[in-house]
Design a protein around this ligand. Structure first.
Ligand SMILES: [Zn+2]
Length: 372
């Protein structure tokens, strides 16, 4: 961390085995070792310093052992910057069939071919070591929200126990094979119960992770509650470790999370929305299929300096979208990834100037036209 804002926002630099990442950062999602629609060279040109890849998808296809044999994920996908992998747990809970949870792990059937698998904390760590990501997440138990307190307590107990086993697995691996460059992050759970969030954070801090994530938030609860729970957690985390709020968020919310002491965020929103013709602009969202853009010669966003906005009109982009052309997804994704990258650059600028809170308020007003 190099500077903090009166709000609690932090400006920093996260050093990984594949370069430094300026924080706070928004991490684009490259589910199956690709950000859908954007070649790696385009991501580099957009200044992307870190990508997220999904362990569940890569484990099932093409398989982590194949990726290991191909020299690891960086070489396999030809990406020289940092990669963060999740544990696979979230996709098991959301995509796979026949999940059976025990203290040992979670048994599931592949959504691709129905084959049966057991994901344990040790297995999740092993797969991520084979992939060779720069940042690995521990397996945690994701529960549905709103959760009754008893379910949240049970998930918290299991999450801490799994975090302990994950930590032990990596420490033993390192003692056998020499020090590993991969940074392992713990994940704080506890649903929307402040005391459980604090308990979870404290238990994980005692395990000395390289960084800490906040999981299970922004899953339908009010935005204020997400922010409140985030603050409860970040207040207890060590200052010199990165904090990562998983699975967020909407452009108008990003500065709020950063002001709660968050350094890293990821979400499929900008890339998935792009493929559905939803474009983010400095004036709010543009749904490109709308008939009002049929003969609109303006770029998506007159304040955007991306190559899509420099070259193409809304009318053309609408036509590509309605015609189901491949180029539609490519151009839309390019613009949205750029929009998020630029937004994060402005957030870092605001922290440097000590004005993040004012920036966050102005941003929300500009993007959604009303205070939260
Ligand atoms: Zn643009």
């Amino acid at each position: 961390m190099t500077k903090s804002d009166p709000s609690g926002a932090r400006l920093g630099r996260l050093n990984t085995a594949h370069g430094a990442v300026d924080t706070p950062v928004f991490i684009p999602v490259g589910t199956a070792a690709t950000v859908k629609g954007l070649p790696q060279a385009a991501l580099e040109a957009l200044g992307v310093q870190i990508l997220l890849a999904n362990t569940y998808h890569l484990y099932l296809r093409p398989g982590h052992e194949l990726i290991r044999r191909m020299g690891g994920l960086h070489r396999f996908m030809s990406w020289k910057n940092a990669i963060l992998t999740d544990s696979g747990g979230y996709q098991v809970f959301s995509l796979a069939d026949l999940r059976k949870m025990t203290d040992e792990g979670v048994r599931f059937r592949s959504h691709l071919d129905g084959s049966e698998h057991l994901l344990t904390p040790e297995k999740a760590a092993e797969i991520q070591l084979a992939l060779g990501s720069d940042i690995a997440m521990v397996l945690d138990e994701c529960i549905e929200t709103p959760a009754p307190r008893a379910a949240a307590e049970e998930a918290l107990r299991r999450t801490t126990e799994w975090a302990r086993r994950s930590r032990r697995y990596c420490q033993e691996y390192a003692s056998r094979n020499g020090e590993i460059a991969q940074l392992q992050f713990g994940i704080v759970q506890g649903a929307t119960f402040a005391d459980l969030r604090r308990e979870s954070a404290q238990q994980l801090v005692d395990l000395h992770f390289a960084g800490y994530a906040v999981g299970g938030l922004a899953v339908g609860e009010p935005h204020e509650l997400t922010c409140e729970m985030t603050s409860e957690v970040t207040a207890l985390l060590p200052n010199d470790r990165p904090r990562y709020l998983m699975g967020v968020g909407k452009p108008e919310d990003l500065a709020d999370y950063v002001s709660r002491g968050i350094d890293m965020m990821d979400c499929v929103l900008p890339t998935r929305a792009a493929r559905h013709g939803c474009l983010y602009t400095s004036q709010g969202r543009v749904l490109i299929r709308n008939v009002r853009y049929a003969e609109d010669p303006r770029p998506i966003d007159e304040n955007c300096t991306c190559e899509v906005c420099a070259r193409y009109s809304r009318a053309y982009l609408r036509h590509l979208y309605l015609a189901g052309e491949l180029l539609s997804a490519i151009l839309n994704t390019h613009h949205n990834v750029r929009f998020y990258a630029e937004l994060m650059r402005r957030i870092r600028e605001a922290i440097a100037a000590g004005k993040l809170v004012q920036f966050a308020g102005a941003l929300r007003e500009q993007l959604v036209g009303a205070p939260a």
